[in-house]
Design a protein around this ligand. Structure first.
Ligand code: TYD
Length: 206
């Protein structure tokens, strides 16, 4: 479904370590500074289903691919109904760190059919007005996770897994605008901001 509400729905995607959360935060601050009413949010959420998922990331035993898929879908419906749609109705700008492209890529990398996940997600969820995709090689991403964060990668972040996630992302991210994640963060933020402001203008939300 297309977004028919007055607000603007921005999604940021990319593999772990690509800098999505930093970019999302920078955009939130920049847009707020311009006087725009923004909401920064993310998936998996901290709600009921998201909490189960987050717990399983670091747990010894990973959920089955289908269990994960079911939980991510429930988490998303909850997120849409209770957070995203109400904010769009209020005319706000939603910045969402991960959305259904992540489900297609990550659960796809566990053996499920990415195109089927994408089709089901598109039918059940709201399409973003703009999706920005941070391009970074899995090797560089793992490097950043290991050295930057000084923490061990979780169940989602092993190199082989990230490689297949990246490969599948490549097949499901049509319509997303690619951004070079190796750029200095200020430059990346500027590029993203320009794209957002252009789309806001197109939607008469400037
Ligand atoms: P995220 O919170 O973005 O990780 P971090 O903030 O640590 O970078 O996402 C946690 C993990 O959830 C991430 O490795 C990707 C995974 N994920 C899926 O497998 N499927 C999904 O649908 C979503 C939204 C995330």
């Amino acid at each position: 479904m297309k977004n028919q509400y007055p607000g603007f729905f921005l999604v940021i995607e990319g593999i772990d370590g690509s800098g999505k959360s930093t970019l999302a935060n920078n955009l939130y601050l920049a847009l707020k500074k311009m006087g725009k009413d923004c909401l920064l949010t993310f998936e998996p959420t901290n709600g009921k289903w998201g909490a189960i998922l987050r717990q399983s990331f670091t747990g010894a035993e990973r959920l089955s691919a289908n269990e994960e898929l079911g939980l991510f879908m429930k988490d998303r419906q909850d997120h849409l109904e209770n957070v995203i749609i109400p904010a769009l109705k209020d005319g706000r700008i939603i910045i969402c760190d991960r959305y259904y492209f992540s489900t297609a890529a990550y659960q796809g990398a566990r053996g499920l059919d990415p195109q089927a996940i994408l089709a089901e997600s598109r039918a059940k969820s709201l399409e973003p007005d703009l999706c920005l995709f941070l391009e970074l090689s899995p090797e560089e991403a793992i490097n950043r996770i290991r050295h930057g964060r000084k923490e061990k990668e979780n169940n989602f972040e092993q190199l082989d897994y990230l490689k297949s996630v990246a490969k599948i992302y490549g097949t499901v991210k049509n319509g997303c605008i690619p951004l070079d994640a190796t750029l200095p963060i200020e430059e990346l933020t500027d590029q993203a901001l320009k794209l957002i402001l252009q789309r806001l203008e197109d939607k008469n939300l400037n």
